[in-house]
Design a protein around this ligand. Structure first.
Ligand code: SAM
Length: 383
């Protein structure tokens, strides 16, 4: 009892799971325990995987920079057509031959390239995937910005670094700045988003059948890369998008050459302040919510809800937080830190998104995993 007579709230102690985890951590911290696990035939493989996983985390930034160099010097591109000699690679990349050999050795170690006994280099599996996908290449290229923002991670976490490169790139990030987005600002991030749709759209289209709808509005739809993929899969759907005026203008230019009946309507405005077009039986929000804080997401979802009627469907697709698969864990770490560097937003679990959507007036939810949790998970909501 305190002097004033009121009782202090009692903080509940850790539950059995936390106590068990703490006990496990104490065991794993003991070198003799780890030696035992390495020695035991049953756990030897697990122990080796754990060790490699840990080392890969400790050295992960080096791997990312080898990858960056392999893309930026044009090494992967030079290998696209088939086996190439070191001297041809030196010409293609502008590096000295001994530096090409070093880059090849590092890139081979992370399975980007393969160097045969004949001295010729070719793409290995990871390199072939990256070289075939402009979206991954664009993502790797723009990581130069994130890498600089992460050079002092403590400053990022304690909030003293607010002038980040990603904040400059995503000019709408942070409450109330979206109306000041200029065409030049929109160009850089919109091109990146359009390029990276190549990795995402098929995942979403395979996880949800948009063919059951008549009219679809993609809110925060960027330059229209997602609705272009939707129209290829479901040509009968009437499509439109809504985005900030300079971005909607870029979308209009993108569709300018198309026949009028196939030209989606591109609405410009703020999805927070302007009424959204009605009479769409499906609204999509692709990689939009995670850019914003909860209060902004709530405003956006209420605005979306106001444009919908019973029987309509909202499809939210973005990378979501979770721990049930390796993809989800990687996604949680990557996107959580990405939006921290942007200065706005959060990587949310499906349950957190459902809670916000419920507060905005939606009900009856489905969660649909995509093939790759790294790309997206879907939350489907009905008004
Ligand atoms: C991360 S991008 C995603 C673009 C696209 N959906 C995709 O996945 O490629 C978020 C989009 O939301 C748009 N946006 C941000 N704030 C907005 C606002 N207040 N009103 C309308 N659009 C907005 C941005 O311009 C951008 O195109």
């Amino acid at each position: 009892m305190s002097a004033s007579g009121s009782r202090r709230p009692v903080t509940p102690g850790p539950n059995w799971r936390s106590r068990l985890q703490a006990w496990r951590a104490r065991q794993v911290a003991r070198p003799e325990f780890r030696r035992f696990v390495q020695w035991l035939p049953l756990s030897r493989g697990y122990s080796r995987d754990q060790e490699a996983d840990l080392f890969s985390m400790v050295t992960g930034f080096v791997q990312s920079q080898i990858l960056f160099a392999a893309v930026e010097t044009g090494l992967l591109k030079a290998l696209e057509a088939g086996p190439v000699t070191v001297s041809d690679l030196a010409r293609a990349t502008g590096l000295a031959e001994d530096r090409v050999r070093r880059l090849l050795q590092a890139a081979q170690a992370i399975r980007l390239v393969s160097v045969g006994g004949d001295g010729f280099a070719t793409l290995a599996d990871h390199g072939a995937v990256i070289q075939s996908d402009p979206g991954i290449q664009a993502m790797i290229g723009h990581h130069a910005l994130l890498y600089r923002d992460l050079s002092d991670p403590v400053a990022l976490f304690n909030g003293s670094n607010t002038e980040t490169e990603l904040r400059r790139l995503w000019s709408y990030a942070g409450s109330g700045r979206e109306s000041s987005v200029k065409p030049g600002d929109a160009a850089a991030y919109s091109a990146l988003m359009a390029a990276s749709q190549s990795m995402l759209a098929d995942e979403i289209l395979d996880a949800y059948d948009f063919g059951r709808h008549r009219k679809l509005l993609d809110v925060g739809g960027g330059e229209g890369a997602f609705i272009t993929a939707v129209s290829a899969r479901h040509p009968a759907l009437t499509l439109s998008l809504f985005d900030l005026p300079p971005v909607a203008e870029r979308a209009r230019q993108r569709f300018a050459g198309k026949p009028l009946d196939q030209c989606p309507h591109c609405h410009g405005g703020s999805f927070l302040d302007d009424p959204l077009p009605r009479d769409n039986d499906c609204i999509t929000l692709v990689r939009v919510l995670f850019d914003h804080e909860d209060a902004v997401v709530l405003r956006l979802l209420r605005n979306v809800r106001a444009a919908m009627k019973p029987g309509h469907m909202l499809v939210i697709a973005e990378p979501m937080a979770g721990a049930s698969s390796r993809g989800q864990r990687l996604s949680t770490a990557y996107f959580g830190i990405y939006v921290l560097a942007m200065g706005s937003g959060r990587c949310r679990t499906p349950a957190e998104i459902i809670a916000l959507a419920t507060a905005a007036g939606f009900s009856r939810f489905d969660i649909r995993p995509c093939r790759s949790a790294l790309m997206a998970t879907l939350v489907i909501a009905r008004p």
